[in-house]
Write a protein that binds this ligand. Structure first.
Ligand SMILES: [Ca+2]
Ligand SMILES: [Ca+2]
Length: 246
């Protein structure tokens, strides 16, 4: 599955600013959803919290839940979110635990001073941050394995044909039949088609199925929107909230 990334982050920002529908930050995210169109943005990765070190956890969660709801309205689908654990971990955990379409992202509070210049990540820190996202994102993708390869809303002989046609290969760019994302099309992918036979496709293909391409093909690829903000103030390992007000 080809995936692109686009960044919408702004440093030194608070979650309440992002949640405010009249704030330009809010518009940055919702506009990105609208630009890519229904179902084409497949996830939002959220790394923010250093500027909310002193924000009560429930307030943080309320604002982030509000932003997530607004993003889904703009995306016209229940877009999944990956929420990083950074500084205000209590607030982030409320959101992660309360929404089945939110998965736990990178825990960057584990990155110590050797990865930072003050509160900000140095080059090693940025690389380590990216690496910390790898397992959560690949785990989420694997968990959303969708045997409706051609995204037409039904799992049938057409999907079986795509698996057979790409057998023992890594798959092709469009209509890739590597359903479980393990790098090869084999019996495991076939089993996923069989297991979902003649059922409606799951929610992960909604939207993708409605994106027509020349020749009547549709595409199950998409874009991941990044909101990976740097912080203002201080950072402390373990994520215990602390006052960062100026
Ligand atoms: Ca299908
Ligand atoms: Ca496979």
């Amino acid at each position: 599955m080809p995936i692109g990334f686009t960044g919408t982050a702004v440093g030194s920002t608070k979650v309440e600013q992002w949640a405010d529908a009249n704030n330009v930050l809010n518009e940055r995210l919702t506009k990105a959803m609208e630009v890519f169109g229904q179902g084409r943005a497949r996830a939002v990765l959220w790394h923010q919290g250093e500027s909310d070190a002193s924000t009560p956890a429930q307030d943080y969660a309320d604002d982030l839940n509000s932003l997530i709801a607004q993003s889904r309205t703009a995306a016209q689908t229940d877009i999944p979110w990956g929420v990083a654990l950074v500084t205000n971990q209590a607030g982030q955990q409320i959101v992660i635990n309360g929404d089945p379409l939110v998965f736990e992202g990178a825990n960057t509070d584990t990155l110590g001073s050797e990865y930072r210049i003050g509160v900000h990540f140095n080059e090693s820190g940025l690389n380590a941050h990216a690496a910390l996202w790898f397992d959560p994102v690949t785990g989420w993708i694997a968990g959303t394995a969708d045997p409706d390869v051609n995204a037409d809303g039904v799992i049938d002989v057409a999907d079986l044909g795509l698996v057979g046609g790409q057998w023992s290969t890594p798959g092709r760019l469009m209509l890739n039949a590597d359903i479980n994302f393990d790098g090869v099309i084999d019996i495991a992918d076939l089993a996923l088609v069989g297991g979902g036979w003649s059922t409606s496709a799951g929610p992960s293909s909604e939207g993708a199925a409605s994106v027509p391409l020349p020749g009547g093909l549709s595409v199950a690829s998409g874009v991941i929107v990044l909101v990976l903000c740097s912080g203002r103030g201080t950072w402390r390992a373990g994520g215990a909230p602390q006052d960062t007000s100026n």
